[in-house]
Design a protein around this ligand. Sequence first.
Ligand SMILES: NC(=O)c1ccc[n+]([C@@H]2O[C@H](COP(=O)([O-])OP(=O)(O)OC[C@H]3O[C@@H](n4cnc5c(N)ncnc54)[C@H](O)[C@@H]3O)[C@@H](O)[C@H]2O)c1
Length: 301
Amino acid sequence: MAAERSGKVTVAGAGLMGTGIAHAFASAGYETVLTDIAGEALTRAQSAIAKILDDGVRLGKLEAGAAESAKTLLSVTADTVEAATGASLLVETVSEQMPIKIAVLEAAEPVLAEHAIIATNTSALSITEIARGTRDPSRVVGMHFFNPVHKMKLVELVRGLQTSDETLAIARGYSDSIGKTSIVVNEAPGLTTSRMSALAGNEAMYMLMEGTASAEDIDTALRLGFNHPLGPLELGDVTGWDTRLAVLRYLHQTLGEKFRPCPLIIKMVAAGRFGRKSGAGVYRYENGEKVPGSGLKASTL
Ligand SMILES: NC(=O)c1ccc[n+]([C@@H]2O[C@H](COP(=O)([O-])OP(=O)(O)OC[C@H]3O[C@@H](n4cnc5c(N)ncnc54)[C@H](O)[C@@H]3O)[C@@H](O)[C@H]2O)c1
């Protein structure tokens, strides 16, 4: 069972990511308070966390006592100020919109513990800009988690222009304490992961469009040749090509020509083939399962 740790952790935003992050901190022994303006998000998050813990016990990966203790350490409230009062760490993971993030930090910062740090889980927004509105921007850092948080080991720690070394070290300590491996990235569009994944996915789509190989063979090449768990086209179907296109457009605008979105992605998004979530992307899906042999064929592009 994880030993109880000192210092309260507040997670603001109880969506997909906030749910996973709150689970990670509560499981590691932190008093964790999850907050969201939407009451239903809090109810959903609490039952999703209970399910992850119960599944862990059922599969023999977690002791029943550890699951109970994590549930006891977790609480939820729709009141941001109440949630943040006295917290040593605030993890902001609300919707990806600058004004919303700034408003949450403005409300929470004055009531945090004296030496608290503020971590933002933004995927693409500027940490430096998010920090600008705070009283002490040196205490703001990016902690970029991956979905699903309970399975993914990586945290990208993002240093904004004014992030202090001390804040970065504290964030690294938190990341270690919840069993994650962290890397440090100086703030840059797409950090390391989104930038690399966008480039690989784009290139795979060019290969498909040019008829270099079939969709299935491109994915098999990266799965078996590089030991990637998913091929780049399968991964794009999971991420959603609409999201992928938005990221590519942003990287094209900020980092230049090599990120120009492949015309096939633009065509797929125009057709509503977003990926798994719309039932078809590069592959077709039935009942959530990939239909064998359904990859887009060069002859149909
Ligand atoms: N989805 C991913 O794979 C992923 C991965 C890494 C980082 N992120 C980042 O994490 C953040 C959250 O993403 P998500 O996928 O969990 O989104 P989501 O839409 O599932 O959840 C966002 C939550 O924020 C809440 N919210 C909005 N305004 C709020 C406010 N003022 N106060 C409190 N809560 C508020 C919403 O009610 C919602 O429950 C974003 O910044 C996103 O870019 C997402």
